[in-house]
Design a protein around this ligand. Structure first.
Ligand SMILES: [Zn+2]
Ligand SMILES: [Zn+2]
Length: 203
């Protein structure tokens, strides 16, 4: 097996828990400052739902830009023209957040299949090859449905499979969201600048 096929990956291995905004989690409270507008979907005006947040101290494998130590993943939990939820990433410096939003806005309607249970992580670090790919929620590695490539629409650089949300977890403890045909929602980022437009690929 070629060495360049070997990619580091972190299986997040979610388990039900009771995280705070100071923890990495799926479906828990987001670290969101009181003086910043909560993100909302351009297509339907509904507030996004805080889906995942990952701290650098827990997951240094993520490509945090300078000055950020937290990445937050938001979903608009309605279907869009491209099937699946809309996805927004926020890279944040958690040390600059002092006063938190009192209550997270809730959308007036949601597709239940995009709403996760509340989970913390028991991460498993491993090396992934395209011939043997995990379908669970993970950082890095390969696209579970088979390798695909996308170019950054801003600079043309080949985007990198960075975060994948899985319908099925290898542990069997699914977080009860469903993407595509029981697949994964894969988030591709530009290696030059993670704030360039992202690509979401459901397989
Ligand atoms: Zn939307
Ligand atoms: Zn780019």
């Amino acid at each position: 097996m070629a060495a360049e096929d070997a990619r580091p990956a972190v299986l997040l291995n979610p388990i039900e828990g009771d995280p705070t905004d100071a923890d990495s989690h799926i479906g828990g409270p987001m670290l969101w400052p009181i003086d910043e507008d909560w993100p909302s979907c351009d297509a339907d005006g509904e507030p996004f739902v805080g889906a995942v947040q990952l701290y650098q101290r827990d997951f240094p494998e993520l490509p945090f830009p300078d000055g950020a130590d937290l990445v937050q993943v938001f979903l608009c939990t309605l279907d869009h023209d491209v099937p699946g939820p809309d996805v927004r990433l926020v890279w944040r410096d958690s040390t600059t957040v002092f006063e938190l939003i009192e209550e997270e806005p809730e959308p007036s309607a949601q597709e239940e299949l995009y709403v996760p249970t509340v989970n913390v992580f028991e991460p498993i670090r491993y090396t992934e090859h395209p011939s043997k790919i995990s379908g669970g929620t993970k950082i890095g590695g390969w696209t579970a449905g088979g390798p695909v490539t996308f170019a950054c629409p801003e600079c043309g650089e080949e985007q990198r499979q960075t975060l994948s949300l899985g319908t099925y977890e290898p542990s069997g403890d699914n977080v009860e969201w469903v993407f595509g045909e029981d697949g994964n929602l894969n988030i591709f980022l530009c290696p030059k600048d993670v704030r360039h437009p992202i690509k979401v690929h459901i397989d």
